[in-house]
Structures are given as structure tokens and as C-alpha cells.
Design a protein around this ligand. Sequence first.
Ligand SMILES: Nc1ncnc2c1ncn2[C@@H]1O[C@H](COP(=O)(O)OP(=O)(O)OP(=O)(O)O)[C@@H](O)[C@H]1O
Ligand SMILES: [Mg+2]
Length: 440
Amino acid sequence: MNWTEKYRPKSLKDVIGNRAAKEELLKWAREWQQGKPSKKAAILYGKPGVGKTSSAYALANDFKWEVIELNASDERNREIIRKIALTGAIHEVLSIDGKFISSKEGARKLIILDEADNLYEKAGDFGGKRAIIETIKATKQPIILIANDYYELIKGSGAGLRGLCKSIEFKKVSSREIAALLKKICQMEGIVADPEVINEIARRCDGDVRSAINDLQSIAYGKRITRDMLSHLGYRDREREIFTGLRNILRAKEMRAAIREAWRIDESPDNLILWIDENLPMEYKYPDDLARAYEFLSRADVFLGRVWRRQYYGLWGYASELMTGGIAVAKKHEYRGFTAYHFPKWLRSMAASKQYRQIRLSIAKKIGKVMHCSSRKALEMLPMFKKLFADADTAARLAARFDLTEEELFFIVGDKAKEIYAEAEKLKKMEKQAVLFNFK
Ligand SMILES: Nc1ncnc2c1ncn2[C@@H]1O[C@H](COP(=O)(O)OP(=O)(O)OP(=O)(O)O)[C@@H](O)[C@H]1O
Ligand SMILES: [Mg+2]
């Protein structure tokens, strides 16, 4: 399970940092409770992962308010927003078990509009922001708008929001407070962690509690977190963005969504395929899903090869759609929970993709020679070969047989290349290949 979900604060008391913001939020909620709010809506705004959404839910929980959450980026919500405001919200509150609770008793429905800065607005249309403004004016129930970008929200037709809402800024959380939370999580998970590692995670996340917790989980494989694990934390913003994109691609339920996500992360297809190749087996646990997905991946790979050979970039689109949309629909099972993704091993040290292509091609040629097939066919088989190389013994024997260089091996097995190469050289010297490789 994802620790950010597991440790999502249940009460405002559990939300760390942002003391002033929490005070203001509480004050606003108490006003509502007493039936005379100075402002009917509140805007919570600030950087990602600092507790905006969590605070809104925690508040509702503390006040025993029912929550209605609407995602603002969806066009259809506009109608829903208005309906709830003008019917549900104005009338008495209907509790979950169907009983009417008088709002005079203080029972409320909290309407949460998350990602309000992503409001869908068409030119000349009755804009989403105006619908919200009307809603706020009419509502008899508390409304919270949540946004990363305050100015995006209050600009243009949103100008009226400024006067109607209580604006509450959520700031970055201090690394001291984040470190304390991480320590608590370690305790609850029964993990012994080097305090220095905890402090380093807290420092690197730059006030973003969510990514600190994710970082912690990503290195907490066993029950100990030691100093040398810090190297696993090498990733920076870009990597994190790709990880998120990757997760969205692999878990997408429809083709379009996966393809759109690939556009969003804007990574070139020949890099993206490596990310997918590296991480597909971490996500897809059922062999049949994996097999179908690799089928798509190898086809995408063929297209990429043609792009390169013919210098025809028109084919990139196909490659990209196969490796994202294709893979998304290849799965018949749903995967949930937390998966720690990896940075493609070879990409770390060989960023230049032209070099990568050459190496790949030379490997394919060598495999093709031994297997008596074209290098194109061999290229298609490469992802499967990577699986064979997972076993060090087999890897050494194959490396000897295919006569791979250390660089080529690095491409396939990453850090283990040196070791395997040495072993393969030994085997070659012993001139035992003929005996060892009795392919029948
Ligand atoms: N202040 C906090 N105190 C405790 N946990 C937090 C805090 N902020 C974030 N978290 C953790 O990070 C997760 C995500 O936080 P949340 O959804 O509240 O962030 P957000 O500010 O709404 O971010 P975004 O702008 O990306 O929506 C939570 O489930 C919780 O585990
Ligand atoms: Mg949020």
C-alpha cells in the first residue's frame, strides 16, 4: 500500500506544518458551524504535497461533515456543481444513511473542489469559474476550493472569487517537521533507519511531504535503512515526473489516456521505451499481461529502428503509441499499490542515445549470427534476452557465446557487466564453449 495513503492525516492535528493556515481553516469552519460564516468559501492554495487536500478532508472529519468532492478539471462537473449548490447544498442535509439532519444542528456537507485552477473553460461559454461564483453566492454549505496556482484561479472571470472566499496559503513544510514525521512512520513500520538518511530525505524534498514519504517508501525494502541506500535516492524532479508519467501509462485503463500521458511527460520515444522496458516487469505481475505487453514493446522497437535507419521521424508516432497505448491495453488485470520504479540502468551512464542504438544494433548482429536470424529479428528478441541474462551463470555463458564486449554487456545487465564479462572471458579461454552450448 502506498504510504502516503496509509498515513494520510485523519485529523487536522495530524497535519504537520502550516500552523497559521490550519488556524484560519478552523476559524472558518467554526463560523460555519455557528451558521454565520464571514466568507462562504475558502481557497486553499500552495505547492504540491504540502497537505491541502488532506487538510480539507481532515477538517471534515474533525467536524463530522460529510464530503462531496468534485474534480474541477472535468467539464461535466460544472452542471453537477451547480446542482449541488442549488439543491443539495441549500436544502437540509441528507446523511449517508438517508436520514435528514437539520443544518441548524450544525451538520454540514463540505463541498471540495480540488484542482480548481484546472477549471475547464471555453471561450464564449458560461465559464466554469462563473458557475462557481454563482454557486458560492447561493450555497448554504461550506465550499473549499483547492489550487496550486492562486493567480490562475482568480484571474479573468475568476476575479470575483477573491472577495467571496477566504484565501489561505499553504506553505512548504520545514525539513525538521518532515523528518519527525518520517521517523514516526519508520517506527510504525518497524523499520530501523539511520537518522542521517531521514534528514537527507527531508532536506531534499524541498517542503513537499508527499514526495518525502514516497522517497522513504522507495528505499525501505527491508527493515533497515542504512546510509548507503541514499544513493538510490539519486532522482531529481525530472525523474520523479517520469515516474509519475510511467505509472499513469502502465496503469491507464484506455489507450488514449496512456498516449496523452506520454505527450505530457514529453520524453523522446527512444528514451521512453527504455523506461518502460525497465519498469514493465515491476508493474505487470501476471505473465500473460507481461507477454502481451512485451509484444507491443518489441513492435514499437521495430518502428524505432526504422526511424533511425531511414531517418524518417514520421514513424515515431507509431512507436510511441504502441509502447504506451498498446501496453496499457495489453493488461487484463488491474494493478494497484505502490511500485518502486527504477531509472533505466544504462541510461544513467550512457545518455547519448545514438551510442545506445549502435550498441544495441551490434548486440543484435551478434545474436543474429549465432541464432541464424536477421538482426532485425534479434532486435525484437532483445527484451526477452534481457530476462535470460538475469541469471549470472547463464549470462556469462551467453556473453561468451555471443562474444559480447563489456560495453554491450553493460547495456543488458547494467552494473553486473564487469563481473559477467570477466567470467565470460574465462570461459572463452577455457575454450569450452562448444561443450557448454549444445543448442539442440
Ligand atoms: N502537512 C502534512 N502533514 C502530514 N502529511 C502530509 C502533509 N502534507 C502532505 N502529506 C502527505 O502527503 C500526501 C499528499 O498530501 P495532499 O494530497 O494533502 O497534498 P496537496 O497539498 O493536496 O498536494 P497537491 O497540490 O499535489 O494536490 C498525504 O496523503 C499525506 O500522506
Ligand atoms: Mg491535493
